[in-house]
Each structure stands twice: as C-alpha cells, then as structure tokens.
Design a protein around this ligand. Structure first.
Ligand code: GLA
Length: 384
C-alpha cells in the first residue's frame, strides 16, 4: 500500500499536519492449524499485505480514529467505560486498554488507517490492525518498554477481552515477528521460535480466496477449543503430566475414547496428527523435499475438513481442483469456516491451475475466487 494513500486522508481528515506511519502485515501459515492453543507448533510467515496507519498524539485524552476503507469515524476515551460500539474501533480501543494495563501511559491521538489484507479471508487482518497499534503506542507513549512477545499478547488479549474471540498467539506473533523471506516455526508451549528461510526453488505459494467470509468470532472457534480441553481433561486423569494435546499421543486418546464424545475424539485426533505434521514439514524442508511438504498439506486439509470440521463446500472444492490439477500441496488456511486455501504449486503448473480454478469455481458458485501470490515479508514497523 502506498504511504501517500494513508497520508493524504490523514491530512484531509484532521488538522492538516502529519504524524508517524506504522504498518503491520497479515500472515499465511504453511502448516499447523488449530495447534497453537493446544501447546503445539505453528509455521506462519508475514505477507506483503496488511494495515497501515498514520498516528499523531493530539494532546487530549481522546482517540479520534478514521477508517479510510469504511469511511467511518469514531471518537472514544481511554477508560474501560469508553468502549466504542463499532467493531473495527474496538480493536484499537482494546489495544489501548491492554497497553494501559501493562503500565503504558497511553494518551489521546488522531489516526487514519487502511488495509489491503482481505477481511475474513483467514489472513489475520485483525491481528494486523492490533499489531500496528500495539507497536505504535509502544513507541509513541511507552518508550518501547514492552517487548515484542508482549506486543503480540496485547493483540491476543484484545481479541479475548474486547472482541469475544478466544484465539491464541499465532496471528499476532506472525504479524509482529515476520521477516522477509522466512517462515517462523513457533513452539506455542515454550514460545521458542526459529526462522526458516523459505524460497522453494521451482515452486510458488498462492492463496485462493473463496470469498466465503469466515465467522471466527462466532462460537464455532471457541467450541473447537472446548473440545480440545475436554479431551485433555479426560487424558489428564490417567496421565497427569498432560497439560495440552501437545503432550498426548493417539494411544492416550484411545484410552479415553469411551469417556469423551465422538466429536471431541475427532477434534483431538486431528490436533495430535497436525502437531506432528508441522515437525515433519520442517524436516522435509531441510531436505528440499517439497513433495512431502505438499502431501502433509493435503493431509491437513483432510483433517480440517473431516475431523475438525472447519472447512466448507467451497474450500473443499478448491482443494479438489488443486488435486486434479496436480498441485503439490493445498489446504484450507487459518481458522477455517471460509477464507483461503494455500497452495504449493510447481511453476510450470501455475497458470493452468489458476485458470482452471477460476473457471470451475465460478461455474459452480457464480463468483470467481481471488488469487494472491504469497510474498513473505517483514513484521510490524514504523515506516515514516
Ligand atoms: C485463528 C486464530 C489462531 C489460530 C488459527 C488456527 O487464526 O486466531 O490463534 O488458532 O485460527 O490455526
């Protein structure tokens, strides 16, 4: 996104002066879905699409916020009782509150912001928004005293406390820690992470947006978490050291099969396999073995569709098309219930795949998916 796009609106909307420009990206995740809240591994990277905001302290105790995309303007104070109604403004308000809870003396500011990460596409537009403001507030009012992990947690707590989504840390982590050209494997239990340069020779990563809006905020996501907790509680009775599904294996799960619902069993079965798949993919990458990477992606799709049940007809269809076209790997990405598939495609197949996917999908669902080439990019930063 162009700086000028945001700056010109900021100038027009406020008093003609300029502030500081900050940006944070959305993310992809190569593999490791619904594993973060199970203490497992994830393997995300930041993308070249995200949120950009111009921000200027205004010497009052009010935030004046303008959403350029929605052409909507909201003012709010910084006390708990001042929570705005507009959902987009609640993210900014939540970040302010979470920073205040961490001892930052947040003051009023003017801001105008815009995004080019598609909303509801499973690319974490909301994490990009949270990270942008957490990073900026830390610089402008906090002397940078909050470390990067805590900035990611500010975004996560915003989701929990102000947006009703019981999410984990992957999205905000990727947005804050992103690095151009690298994916990041995060151990969500220990919070250890490792950058993996990712430049698959002869392949491209492409997202296909089904344009079905996911409803992460709906109870479905939170319900998946509950299922995992139910399985852990049952296993714990026999194996007290099991704190997360990360610590469990299929034998342990089978021991409690009769004590948990069939649904909880399926959810846990998916998660246990998915955590292992992240490790398998990292190992395969070290050997440049993209066939294995791709095969694991298909396994993830199958699990997310049939066991975790977070896919939908449209995403399953995109996955089928990928298979038919001989695409190396394809799966639904992010929380699910809509959004994108992520596809690992051989260069020589790329054009044909995109063309086929567009035509077939449109014929069936009356609208085209959108394709985005993945460019793995840097995390939260000040631009100007
Ligand atoms: C959403 C959540 C993440 C993670 C993914 C699924 O993006 O915000 O914490 O659980 O779903 O992998």
């Amino acid at each position: 996104m162009e700086i000028e796009y945001v700056r010109s609106r900021f100038i027009k909307h406020f008093d003609g002066t300029t502030g500081y420009i900050y940006a944070s990206p959305g993310r992809i995740n190569l593999i490791g879905e619904h594993t973060d809240y199970n203490g497992g591994f994830v393997f995300p990277g930041a993308v070249d699409k995200g949120i950009m905001a111009e921000i200027k302290p205004n010497g009052t105790n009010k935030v004046l916020a303008y959403s350029i995309d929605l052409k909507d303007y909201v003012e709010f104070g910084l006390e708990e009782k001042d929570a705005p109604r507009a959902s987009w403004a609640r993210y900014i308000f939540g970040v302010c509150r979470e920073m205040i809870k961490r001892g930052v003396d947040v003051q009023g500011f003017n801001t105008a912001f815009a995004g080019d990460v598609p909303l509801g596409a499973g690319m974490s537009s909301s994490a990009a928004l949270e990270s942008t403001f957490a990073f900026a507030i830390n610089e402008l009012f906090g002397d940078n005293k909050i470390d990067k992990f805590e900035l990611a947690k500010v975004g996560q707590s915003t989701e929990h406390n102000y947006c009703g989504v019981n999410c984990c840390i992957m999205d905000q982590f990727a947005s804050v820690f992103g690095k151009a050209g690298s994916l990041i494997r995060l151990d969500c239990r220990s919070l250890e992470y490792q950058y993996f340069p990712f430049k698959p020779e002869g392949y491209r990563l492409v997202l296909l947006n089904s344009k079905v809006k996911h409803e992460l905020a709906s109870s479905a996501y939170n319900k998946r978490r509950e299922s995992c907790e139910n399985a852990v509680a049952a296993i714990q009775k026999k194996h007290p050291h099991v704190e997360f599904l990360r610590d469990a294996n299929m034998e342990m799960l089978d021991e409690v099969k009769a004590e948990i619902s069939a649904e909880d069993y399926m959810r846990a079965e998916y998660v246990i396999a998915e955590i292992q798949r992240v490790l398998d993919v990292c190992e395969a990458l070290e050997r440049n073995d993209y066939e294995t990477v791709g095969q694991k992606m298909y396994e993830t799709h199958h699990g997310m569709s049939k066991l975790y049940e977070v896919s939908c007809e449209e995403l399953d269809y995109l996955n089928d098309i990928a298979k038919e076209c001989g695409v190396t790997g394809s799966r639904v990405m992010g929380g699910g219930f809509g959004g994108c598939t992520i596809n690992l495609v051989k260069e020589e197949l790329y054009d044909k795949f995109i063309e086929t996917a567009m035509a077939k999908y449109e014929a069936k669902f009356n609208h085209k998916p959108e394709a985005y080439d993945v460019v793995i990019s840097d995390g939260s930063r000040r631009i100007e």
